[in-house]
Design a protein around this ligand. Sequence first.
Ligand SMILES: [Zn+2]
Length: 247
Amino acid sequence: MSVILDQASSGLSVVSGNRNWLPFFMSDDNVSMSGRGGPSTETPMLTVGNDEAEVERRLSEGRLECPVCAAPLRGWGHGRVRVIRLAGGTGWRARPRRAICAGCGTTHVLLPAGMLARRADSAAVIGAALAGAAAGLGHRTLAARLGRAASTVRGWLRRLASRAEPLRSAFTALACALDADPLLPGPAGSPLADAVAAILAAAAAAARRWGAVASAVSPWELASAVTSGGLLCPGPAVQMINTSCPW
Ligand SMILES: [Zn+2]
């Protein structure tokens, strides 16, 4: 099942499909690779699980599909090495896999769900800050707790706040797509808190729908996965192209 939601349509489009796994597609990003904003001429990015061996297995078995044409992807080298900062200050040295479509020839970067596009900190660390802000903590307090620069944390919170309503709407729709009777949150006191509550509600719905495999990942990894790493990307549109279990 795929869910596509953006501000332009202000609607939910549910596309039927029943693949076990379909990568998420985001037309943007790789700005960190091309180094410039604006429309990307680089490859689209997909989000995959954090397990490199599993990603290789799926590639070799033709179980990763091109988001453009749905033909199988195969390995096509690697992206540049990135060091992602985890909680506690340790680094995660990641070298995202690249893949090329056997059908249309488009190349894609496979972004582990533990990362967010354009961010040097892990999805879990950034998510902890967002959850803390939703609980009423300020960016300086959060920065001290997380060992990050105040300006960095403030940037995360501002970006989330700037697209809080589209995110709230998209994740609420996702929760409803995953669960016929989702536990939807009431008003949480601010647009940012409402967005965080919707993300957590969608994660809970995913856990009910997909069981242990989804429960094993954090809500923020799920949020990265369903937005192709674009949780904190610029712009009001929120694109989710898949509610199939990514793990
Ligand atoms: Zn293709």
